[in-house]
Design a protein around this ligand. Structure first.
Ligand SMILES: [Zn+2]
Length: 96
């Protein structure tokens, strides 16, 4: 499905994400809103991976027991550590 940003940019993403995705972040990645919030906040926003529109997860390097970084929860490719975290409401550009 397609949603439109305030600047007229159209963003296409899988229809099953329609209820969760609220907009995009500064990098243009889809941002989803969880159905729960951290204490003191009204919502919990997190970026979705560009490859699969999935969340990130911590993964070890496979070489030793060290924490390796963040991977895509769907395809297990390495992704930027930002996908293992959350974004603030100020970082999100929401749909029109
Ligand atoms: Zn992926």
């Amino acid at each position: 499905m397609t949603r439109t940003l305030p600047d007229g940019t159209e963003v296409t993403f899988p229809a099953h994400l329609a209820d969760a995705v609220v907009g995009v972040d500064e990098d243009g990645d889809l941002v989803a809103s969880a159905d729960w919030a951290v204490p003191g906040e009204t919502e919990f926003l997190y970026p979705l991976t560009p490859c699969c529109h999935a969340t990130g997860k911590g993964m070890d390097s496979g070489l030793d027991d060290d924490f390796g970084g963040v991977g895509c929860r769907n395809c297990y490719q390495w992704v930027d550590p930002k996908y293992g975290g959350f974004v603030t409401p100020e970082q999100v550009t929401r749909w029109l």
